[in-house]
Structures are given as structure tokens and as C-alpha cells.
Design a binder for this molecule. Structure first.
Ligand code: SF4
Ligand code: SF4
Length: 57
């Protein structure tokens, strides 16, 4: 699964734009990852400029 490590996310939206299954949603000031939709490709982990996301097996 993909975990939000801390509250450093600045809601830039880059992770949303690279998710192939639209599993990430930015809602107000909350980042929501839909585990049902997530394929664990880790695109979001690689592109986050401030390393807010991490893959947890
Ligand atoms: S790319 Fe990183 S900083 Fe930007 S919205 Fe996603 S988790 Fe937040
Ligand atoms: S790991 Fe891939 S499928 Fe899952 S939220 Fe990140 S970009 Fe989307």
C-alpha cells in the first residue's frame, strides 16, 4: 500500500496526474488514496518532489 508519511504534502497535485488508475484524490487539504484502485505501481512515490509518499508492502 501507499502511505502518506507525514503532513508535509503541499497538495501540488503531481502524484494525482501520474496515477494510471485515478486512485489519488485531493480533497480540500486531504490526500486520499483509494486502496481498491491502487495497483502499487509507485509512480506517485517516484514523482513526489518532497518524498511525502512511501510504499509499504
Ligand atoms: S506529489 Fe507529493 S506533495 Fe504533491 S500532492 Fe502528491 S503527495 Fe502531496
Ligand atoms: S502506486 Fe500507482 S496506482 Fe497506486 S496511488 Fe500511486 S500512482 Fe496510483
Amino acid at each position: 500500500m501507499i502511505r502518506v508519511k507525514d503532513d508535509s504534502c503541499d497538495f501540488c497535485g503531481v502524484c494525482v496526474s501520474v496515477c494510471p488508475t485515478d486512485a489519488i484524490e485531493l480533497r480540500e487539504s486531504v490526500l486520499i488514496i483509494d486502496e481498491e484502485k491502487c495497483t502499487e505501481c509507485q509512480n506517485c512515490v517516484y514523482v513526489c518532489p518532497i518524498e511525502t509518499l512511501e510504499y509499504v508492502s
